[in-house]
Design a protein around this ligand. Sequence first.
Ligand code: TYM
Length: 347
Amino acid sequence: MNSTALAEEAKKEKKKISLSFIQPSGNITLGNYLGALSNWVKIQDSGEFDCLYAVADLHALTVRHDPSELRKLIYQALATLLGCGIDPEKSIVFLQSHVHQHAELGWILDCYTMFGELSRMTQFKDKSAKYADNINAGLFTYPSLMAADILLYQTDVVPVGQDQKQHIEIARDIATRFNGLYGNTFKIPEPYITKSSAKIASLVDPTKKMSKSDTNANAIITVLDTDDQIIKKFKRAVTDSGSEVKMGEGKDGINNLIGIYSAVTDMTTEEVERQFEGKGYGDFKLACGEVVADRIRPIRERILDYMNNKDYLERVAQRGAEQASRLAQRTMDKVFKKVGLVAKPRG
Ligand code: TYM
């Protein structure tokens, strides 16, 4: 094979990039697992992608926090990625703050992101209503840092839940604007969202999404809940006054439970409805609790093991940061050149 053919071959073998992050802003929930993490693992195990998965610890600073609690949640989030099946031998796993290029590109992209488009972000509007006494600049420019996370690695797909779609759209807009000004610099990423688990709802108020920061423990299933807690929470899950296990308009509670059951068992929602024909809500809630407890149990046990092995977690984070930083620097070099900054002295 001559050198051109070899180069062609190498190009063909270059895999697509999958990247996604999670904030260490509370105990990771069944919503995070079904909407995002379980897809991260599927994509990793397909062998078709080079994967980068990280803990978005810089993003977590946008909300007031207790420093020692945050540090604990960062280790816990890392342990959760591994416990859910992210394998540091197959994927690059790291903490966002350990790769300095994120903050650097975040600042540069701030200068290519418009006040108007940031003002339209629904997450900004929701969070500024929720944390009215702390509407800080980081909360406002959150999407440009997230765009930097994605664009640094020339990402092809971003596996996320529905609530992050708007942030991926703005990352695409920022990349397109930058490419338009300076020529091709960033790959334009695509969201990867699975319909059935894109928006897992709260068990107490099924019109709201299940969220790590919910203060009502009954509203959320976390990956650290015991079997008993999981089953109890499902038994108490809010549903309407009907009894038939069937999806329907205005039946948010039962729709959510059918969605969860179908995501965990890999059945279609029609198959779930058929399986529970003639059964009432009580039987179905118990069955939901049981399948979720079965799925979470081994994950919880692995997370607790990893949390007891801080040295290992630190080694994983260090290696991941080195690998990620090397890749990120390639994009940073390009960006420095394009915008007219002077290349940094090496070594
Ligand atoms: P975060 O930490 O809020 O959520 C992590 C992932 O879980 C998904 N998710 C859900 N999916 C279904 N149902 C739910 N109830 C549910 N709740 C959360 C989220 O969509 C997300 O995929 N801004 C991001 C973190 C981030 C990021 C990135 C993501 C920072 N940089 C770069 C992708 C790429 C966030 O706060 O996710």
